[in-house]
Design a protein around this ligand. Structure first.
Ligand SMILES: NC(=O)c1ccc[n+]([C@@H]2O[C@H](COP(=O)([O-])OP(=O)(O)OC[C@H]3O[C@@H](n4cnc5c(N)ncnc54)[C@H](O)[C@@H]3O)[C@@H](O)[C@H]2O)c1
Length: 289
């Protein structure tokens, strides 16, 4: 069990979409919140809307790829709240398209935010999560795109598979540390992810911007999507999973057959049956979760 009431949560990408909905749900559960986001106008609007519900709400203008800024935001959060107990590495962007049309700028931007931002969050906050001795929880937002590869999502898949792998390793490493770990892998959610380009920094913009391609996991805010979940429903589902200390936070059951198919195809590719002695020796060697 992870208790939420009375704790302080640091939420990256907290000005919009899933991050904002998580912050609102956390406040409803009695947590205090630091909203961290690169978009200053949206951040201020979020703070104004969420403040005044009995919880302390502060903000940090933060680009998660900027390690020095991350350290400053952490120090400001600790100064304002005393401690940080819950870290949501949630900020994310998408540049979808066939891999042959992608540029190094696309790769650097999406990998930098979606994987680099999570790495920076872990490196910056892990000492704090372990410092205060209270129960802590680290939640990384991946995606079903971190569980199955999909057309037009090469960079997004590479980053989100990285987030899932990192989270599994964190869970193994932190087993006895008092820091619980979860990985959030949603399917389609109604948010502003399809307009991620609004946050692409100037130096990573393509000289001729390709027409954005709608992708299977980012078709969200603009067109109503029959299989999209609301960010509020996802946030409620996520907080329940955190309270129950579930590692996998998987919300969209329509992806189950795809995940089953992927796992089955990997298992079918093995030749022969595993030798129990070698399995035991390997498990002892790599200490999986
Ligand atoms: N919407 C979906 O269908 C969906 C599905 C699976 C996973 N996700 C993941 O959920 C997370 C949240 O995305 P969302 O759907 O709410 O989109 P969103 O665009 O509504 O919210 C993303 C937030 O991240 C912020 N952000 C972008 N770049 C940043 C940076 N460099 N530093 C700090 N903040 C930055 C944005 O300003 C925005 O507030 C992302 O990691 C995304 O990959 C979304």
């Amino acid at each position: 069990m992870t208790t939420i009431s009375g704790k302080t949560a640091f939420v990256t990408g907290g000005a919009s979409g899933i991050g904002y909905a998580l912050a609102a749900a956390l406040i409803r559960e009695g947590a205090h919140v630091v909203l961290a986001d690169v978009e200053s106008g949206a951040l201020e609007r979020a703070r104004t809307t969420l403040a005044g519900n009995g919880s302390r709400v502060t903000t940090a203008i933060l680009d998660v790829t900027d390690r020095d800024a991350f350290a400053r935001a952490r120090d400001q959060a600790i100064a304002a709240h005393g401690a940080v107990h819950l870290l949501f590495n949630n900020a994310g962007v998408n540049a979808a398209g066939p891999v042959q049309t992608l540029t190094y700028r696309d790769w650097d931007w999406v990998m930098g935010v979606n994987l680099g931002g999570v790495i920076n969050g872990v490196q910056t906050f892990l000492p704090e999560l372990m410092r205060h001795g209270a129960q802590a929880h680290l939640i990384n937002t991946a995606s079903v795109g971190g569980l199955v590869g999909m057309k037009n999502l090469a960079i997004y898949n590479a980053a989100k598979f990285g987030v899932v792998g990192l989270s599994e390793a964190l869970r193994a490493d932190l087993k006895a540390s008092g820091v619980n770990v979860s990985v959030l892998c949603p399917g389609i959610v109604t948010t502003a992810l399809t307009t991620s380009e609004r946050n692409r920094p100037e130096h990573l913009r393509n000289s001729s911007a390709p027409a954005p391609v709608a992708s299977s996991t980012s078709a969200s805010a603009v067109a109503p999507n029959p299989v999209a979940m609301s960010a509020d429903a996802l946030a409620a589902f996520t907080l329940d999973a955190i309270a129950a200390n579930r590692f996998w936070i998987v919300s969209h059951t329509e992806f189950m057959p795809l995940i089953e198919q992927r796992e089955a195809s990997i298992l079918q590719a093995f030749q022969g049956e595993p030798d129990p002695g070698r399995v035991q020796a390997m498990r002892a060697l790599i200490e999986p979760f």
